[in-house]
Ligand binder design. Sequence first.
Ligand code: NOJ
Length: 567
Amino acid sequence: MTVSDLASDAPWWTSATVYQIYPRSFADSDGDGMGDLGGIIARLDHLERLGVDVVWLSPIYRSPQDDNGYDISDYERIDPAFGAEEQLDALIAGLHERGIKLVMDLVVNHTSDEHEWFLESRSSRDNPKRDWYWWRDQPTDWVSFFSGSTWEFDQATGQYYLHLFSRKQPDLNWENPQVREAVYAMMRRWLDRGVDGFRMDVINLISKVVPLQDAHGDLFAQTFNGPRIHEFLHEMHREVFAGREAQLITVGEMPGSTIEQARLYTDPARAEVDMIFQFEHVDLDSGPLGKWDLRPLHLPRLKACLARWQEGLAEVGWNSLYWDNHDQPRAVSRFGDDDPEWRERSAKTLATVLHLHRGTPYVYQGEELGMTNVAFGSLDDIRDIESINYYAEAVRDGADPADVLRSIRAKGRDNARTPVQWDAGPQAGFTTGEPWIAVNPNFTEINAAAQVDDPDSVFAHYARLIALRHDDATVALGEFRLLLPDHETVWAFIRTRGDDQLLVLANLSREAVELTVADLADVGGPGSWLGAEVISATATDGGMPRAPRFESTRLDGWSAVVLRRVG
Ligand code: NOJ
């Protein structure tokens, strides 16, 4: 039996890569400065050339756009700003023709306050939908993720409603079975329309501890991974996915989840979700005060974190793998080195490390080009409600505005939300109009047109890694073992499947590193790897590894190689 025979009963998404589109920043087809469905349809070739298997589309539903579409006022209609209904059907067809699946964002912890359900709910205390949301005479002490109280007083009926996010995002009451049925029916209609799964927004927040009570600083204990979460997810699976799950992919966004919880969420036998987004590795550069409290990142901690998740989900469940998304800073600026001299090399090195882990990799739009954070000049450049509210609150409480801006430059979500840089023309080819948020000024250097035909580009490197996962069962499924856990700059690990072994060696620093005999002792010493085939390298000529065989134990600054053991 060959390695690929062994792989044949693994779910299709074990060798797949997902590409996330944040539509308002992807491509604008009508010149209004905001990305839209027409823009995505016009760029399908980019996705096909990259070779991704799935597109996850951030919300395009009707929405007042208070949180850029994560505040939905109609789950079943496209927001006119993003285009027409037929365009979504054309997008589904266009993707499917290219063998690419479509995953929609499912935002059902909350709706918009302009959703019909909420309008009914707030209309009177005895409205049949009153109990679809959380109404209270007295607020609890909870603090919103977007600053301020989670409770908004509603004059008309004299009660407060709950919103964990903005006041325009009231939380649905999942204790009410009618809410759950309405959500499941909506999800089934989307599957019937041809979509292939869901990314579920903060889905581990839908079960709250009831009755709601003061958190005394620990909102987590009241709202995350609550008492009925597994019951709700299993019910959703039964009501929505059962019978068609083999074709679908589901990923739950689950901040604050532990490995033990992830095993429960993703154990196929429990029928909940296929994989989750965990947040441990993107919290490592935060201090005790939260995400704005900047801390330097320590590589051994990052390696240990990913390795723990690899081990924890080795026997049961499955990992998602990501460096960034629309809520996180750009990977190359955060984990890599965005100095122009090192940017490309570090982007390729980070890609190699992530894509050689076991799990389903997610590529966030522009990551495949090595797009970077933005040096926002002032608050006027910021569009994100989280950053804007944080600035107002922190400055009101006496923080130095320069410090606040420093945090926003490092961690603000707008870093990921500037337009995709398509070419070196006006507005980076994103729009013929005025973009809703300014283009990163480095677009003349970093853009798709400069990369897609260059076999040595960051884009080409991503395309090769994505193809490698398709073709190589050891990359997709092999066991993972971390090497050199304490090394300050080298990230090394082994992937094993049957007799097949891959060694991944990456240098995450500017300084070249010479690996010693002792460094590799655990894997048979350098002798058993010298002469090994280099199956991926960040240093390429015409797309081919500059050294086709492993001949030197020196790793250049920001470089990575993947070796296959011979014999
Ligand atoms: C997580 C989403 O990714 C983020 O963008 C959003 O603001 C919150 N959930 C609320 O929906």
